[in-house]
Design a protein around this ligand. Structure first.
Ligand code: LCS
Length: 394
């Protein structure tokens, strides 16, 4: 086949990562094995010494996992990817591989709740401390840089506030100050945002979300921009042990084939729903990068290929109104997670971001009344009707 990297993204979704198979299988078979037989003792020794290519043990390397990793490396435009057991395993492995005691991180103040907890409560035990900054404010980032700062950790659009940080400008700051620039690209997927184009060094995803897309897998990935970043990252993942298994890799790889279709369809729905909510008398404010009233609308236009399908909004009646909405809505399921074919609604302050202190939530503008909606691929009129009926009861 032609070099897959020269094809359009639609073609890459369908074909990337799939290897020639002994029996002509069109998809990558599931190598559901923990270990691989050596031809003889010398072969095993050569594999362990790295003198010969081959498979040893699934935590280290597995063909089904590798196929999925290659697909994501192609889609993100990176050199190599590493499949992880969860998005959190990706974050933790990334930090473990790149940072040491005494190092300092600057993170977006609005990030997924468990990432915030990892950085606040767990990494300090290993001597790694984090400042949470409004990274949509470039001066705030510059002012937070200390001599021991090693990494800028950016989530954009941020979970759950949908605040957007300027990747190109942050890339320049990272370069100028010799900082590692890591981006959590979960909310956009590689279909809508390519952080490497703006200077990122590493990308992570919760593949639980858009990449898999069917709410049936928990998984994560780290993407290395360059080949030389890979060996130390691989070593850390092998030894921390947060690796993905072959069956989940197969499911994610299968999900990727329809990634673009799903992302585009849910985005079309989200644009209409954001408009509907923005004009609804019971809605106080909507955060959606497709609306011109989004504070970073221009930055979204520059770095995103579209606004995506995550919407945050606040009802005029505050938390009580949000609770009524969530308890009365049909079709849109009350559940955390996002990025699947089914629409989900949840309340960050009491659910995904409940692990943060109230002060940290307030600083990150995760208000008690904020409701987060992950728009799926259902019929948009059905979704709007569901919202309309529930909002009547609010
Ligand atoms: N990064 C982002 C932006 C996320 O939204 C999540 C999970 C993670 C990392 C961690 O990934 P996981 O380990 O769950 O695969 N976000 C969730 C959420 O908003 N609701 O439930 C999970």
């Amino acid at each position: 086949m032609h070099n897959i990297r020269n094809y359009a993204v639609d073609t890459q979704c369908v074909h990337s990562g799939i290897k020639e198979d002994l029996n002509g299988s069109v998809t990558t078979p599931i190598y559901q094995t923990s270990t691989f037989k050596f031809r003889n003792a010398q072969h095993g020794a050569r594999l362990f010494k790295g003198e010969e290519e081959g498979y040893i043990y699934t935590r280290m390397r597995n063909p089904t996992v590798e196929a999925m990793e290659d697909a994501i490396a192609v889609l993100e435009g990176g050199a190599k990817a590493l499949g992880c057991a969860s998005g959190m395993a990706s974050v933790h492995t990334l930090l473990g591989a790149l940072l040491s005691a005494g190092d300092h991180i600057i993170s977006s103040e609005s990030v997924y709740g468990a990432t915030q907890t990892l950085l606040t409560n767990i990494m300090p035990k290993f001597g790694i401390n984090t400042s949470f900054i409004d990274t949509s404010n470039l001066d705030a980032i510059k002012n937070a840089i200390k001599p021991e700062t090693k990494m800028l950790y950016i989530e954009t659009p941020a979970n759950p506030t949908i605040v957007i940080s300027d990747l190109e400008e942050i890339g320049k700051i990272a370069k100028e100050h010799n900082l590692i620039f890591a981006v959590d690209n979960t909310f956009m997927s590689p279909i809508l945002q390519k952080p490497f184009d703006f200077g990122a060094d590493y990308i992570i995803h919760s593949m639980t979300k858009y990449l898999n897309g069917h709410a049936d897998v928990v998984a994560g990935v780290i993407v290395c921009k360059t080949e030389d970043q890979y060996p130390s990252m691989r070593k850390m993942l092998n030894h921390f042990g947060g690796t993905i298994d072959p069956f989940n890799s197969f499911l994610v790889h299968r999900g990727i084939k329809t990634l673009k279709l799903r992302v585009m369809q849910s985005q079309e729905n989200a644009k209409k729903i954001a408009d509907y909510l923005n004009n609804h008398p019971k809605v106080q404010s909507v955060m959606y990068p497709g609306l011109q009233n989004h504070p970073q609308y221009e930055i979204a236009q520059k770095q995103q290929k579209g606004p995506g399908s995550m919407i945050s909004f606040e009802l005029r009646g505050g938390y009580d109104a949000g609770e009524k909405l969530m308890n009365n809505i049909e079709l849109i399921q009350l559940a955390v997670s996002l990025g699947g074919v089914e629409s989900l609604i949840q309340h960050p302050a009491s659910m995904t971001h409940a692990g943060m202190t109230k002060e940290a939530r307030q600083k990150a503008k995760i208000t008690d009344g904020l409701v987060r909606l992950s728009v799926g691929i259902e019929d948009v009129e059905d979704l709007i009707n569901a919202l309309e009926s529930a909002l009547k009861l609010v």
